[in-house]
Ligand binder design. Structure first.
Ligand code: HEC
Ligand code: HEC
Ligand code: HEC
Length: 140
């Protein structure tokens, strides 16, 4: 019986090692899951960006989306890249039926290609109101 006592320090060491290595051996997927805010999946440019798929390149940037609209007035590419949706809102904040608060919800929610949710675009302000994620987190 006494001979088996060597097991105690060995077991303690094993337990210590397990605890030391657990945090560093998390897989990327597990780390993603721990990001409760899902920051990398939020804001317009989490979807509206250049995407590589099967060796092909697709330009889904906001600038490209607007270029596809036949009647749209011309807009500056650099400003879209720098300011994102805040640039669009200079005109689209208060534009009657073409205000973004009226236009952007049906555009996305009636599309079979859209798999996001309210919080893909929004955050909730300290006052409890829907604000744009890009308005709060731009540049961060
Ligand atoms: C979760 C992904 C996702 C996010 C986030 C997102 N979009 Fe989109 N958006 C889409 C998809 C998918 C479409 C394509 C809809 C279609 O063509 O059926 C789209 C289409 C559009 C279009 C094109 C409309 C048209 O008539 O061609 C505009 C403009 C647009 N989005 C603006 C925005 C803006 C501005 C934001 C941020 C406030 C945003 N989107 C956030 C996925 C997203
Ligand atoms: C200089 C002002 C201005 C800016 C900046 C602007 N828009 Fe517009 N947008 C307009 C006007 C004017 C219309 C209405 C003309 C039309 O129907 O195309 C419009 C219409 C639209 C429409 C509706 C198109 C339709 O078929 O009726 C979408 C979607 C849109 N804009 C997206 C965007 C996005 C995304 C951005 C930012 C990347 C943007 N706009 C920036 C002026 C602007
Ligand atoms: C594709 C992006 C997108 C998605 C998804 C989206 N919104 Fe929005 N939402 C916007 C934009 C852009 C505005 C206009 C912001 C502005 O005018 O300043 C807006 C405006 C609003 C406003 C008005 C806020 C204000 O201060 O004027 C409310 C409320 C709102 N959204 C609720 C929702 C809810 C609820 C959902 C989910 C069911 C949702 N949104 C999903 C983009 C989105």
């Amino acid at each position: 019986m006494k001979k088996l006592l060597w097991i105690i320090p060995v077991a303690a060491l094993a337990v210590a090692l397990v605890f030391m290595f657990i945090p560093t051996t998390l897989t990327a997927a597990e780390e993603e899951e721990m990001d409760l805010l899902h920051s990398s999946e939020r804001g317009c440019t989490s979807c509206h960006r250049v995407v590589e798929r099967n060796g092909q390149t697709f330009d889904y940037t906001l600038y490209a989306e607007v270029k596809n609209l036949p009647e749209h007035p011309s807009i500056k590419k650099e400003r879209v890249e720098e300011e994102g949706v805040l640039y669009c809102l200079m005109c689209h904040e208060d534009m009657g039926e073409k205000s973004f608060k009226k236009l952007l919800h049906p555009i996305h929610y009636f599309s079979e290609h859209f798999h996001g949710n309210c919080f893909s675009c929004h955050d909730i302000s300290d006052e409890g109101e829907f604000v744009l994620w890009d308005q709060v987190h731009q540049g961060s």
